[in-house]
Design a protein around this ligand. Structure first.
Ligand code: TUI
Length: 319
């Protein structure tokens, strides 16, 4: 099973690994690329030196195609864009904003640009600005999210643009992948399941929390500050949501107080394994993940199950 996305990116399977800040290092991304998917280096709030180190590390670990994600809220974003353009990297995804003003630089460097979008309007704008594909991310995802669900956003974006559309958010196994194909996706992006991969350096406590999670164990914080983030619920989210309620009832809500509660909490979860005060970003499919597997096993599972589901579905119908 190959899709236009495989041709465009030179990969074997239409599976992109989500570029999760602190988690998506060269160990994880190279394992995904070596297994035939598209490994992605996450750069979050990294300064340019770290980005260069990660790319150099990646080049020692794989000869296969890989990409770099640029988080547009990164205060070093201008330098990071320049460094990535100079690095020979061939694929860039972007998150948390519009990469419009960097598009000329990416194009001049021969980079395929795949912005993550959370609305039809932004998908259209990205296509006009020269995006080679778009990733639609539903609010089932972990981390920073938009407002629409994958099942509603995906077909609307597929109808609105001509470039390939990749589905992200809520795609927990091959059944979700088959459903995304039915809605017109050319590929999927998977995050949470790769957090728990054997090759992922995320702290074992964070992995265990995902393995233990049930269907309703994620919550969305930051809805009133305009920066909604989906995480596993814990002491931090309880205190945060309480503070959010308090601020909402005030005449002059102190959004800074809320933002401060979350500062540095993602690192605490991923690096220190702080289950109580770490921001354990994870998608709603966390409840589907029951074991640690290699990236190769994860990718094979998506591919074999989705193929089986599509064939089984065909057998259920007659003209
Ligand atoms: O970017 C994400 N998810 C993320 S980034 C992240 S790291 C971080 N940690 C702490 C603070 C800040 C960042 C954790 N999770 N997903 C891609 C995504 N992009 N989801 C939604 C969007 C998005 C939002 C607004 C894309 C474009 C957009 O455009 C606004 C505009 O400019 O029109």
């Amino acid at each position: 099973m190959k899709s236009v996305l495989c041709e465009m990116l030179g990969i074997e399977y239409p599976i992109i690994q989500g570029a999760m800040a602190w988690v998506a290092d060269a160990d994880l991304a190279s394992a995904v690329s070596n297994a035939g998917g598209l490994g992605m280096i996450g750069t979050g709030h990294d300064p340019v030196e770290i980005v260069n180190e990660k790319i150099a590390d990646m080049k020692t670990k794989t000869d296969k195609p890989f990409g770099v994600n640029i988080m547009l809220l990164n205060s070093h974003v201008e330098e990071v864009v320049k460094a990535v353009c100079a690095s020979g990297v061939k694929v860039v995804t972007t998150g948390a904003g519009s990469p419009g003003k960097y598009m000329d630089q990416f194009k001049a460097a021969g980079i395929s640009v795949i912005p993550v979008v959370a609305s039809v309007a932004l998908a259209r704008r990205m296509e006009k600005d020269g995006a080679d594909a778009v990733i639609i991310e539903g609010m089932e995802s972990g981390g920073h999210i938009g407002k629409s669900t994958t099942i509603t956003l995906l077909p609307q974006v597929v109808d609105a643009v001509d470039v390939p559309v990749i589905a992200a958010g809520g795609i927990g196994d091959g059944r979700g992948m088959a459903a995304a194909f039915m809605l017109g996706a050319a590929g999927v992006q998977v995050g949470t399941r790769f957090v728990v991969a054997r090759e992922s350096n995320a702290h074992q406590n964070f992995k265990d929390a995902i393995l233990k999670a049930k269907d309703i164990d994620t919550v969305v914080t930051g809805l009133i500050t305009g920066h909604p983030v989906r995480v596993l619920r814990n002491r931090l989210t309880r205190e945060y949501l309480k503070a959010e309620k308090e601020e909402t009832s005030k005449e002059k809500p102190d959004f800074d107080r809320l933002e401060k509660i979350g500062t540095g909490a993602l690192r605490k979860a991923v690096v220190e394994g702080d289950k109580n005060y770490g921001s354990m970003m994870a998608g709603q499919i966390a409840g589907m993940i029951t074991k640690e597997e290699t990236c190769k096993e994860i990718i094979e599972d998506y591919m074999t199950t989705s193929k089986k589901m599509i064939l089984a579905q065909a057998k259920l119908w007659t003209e």
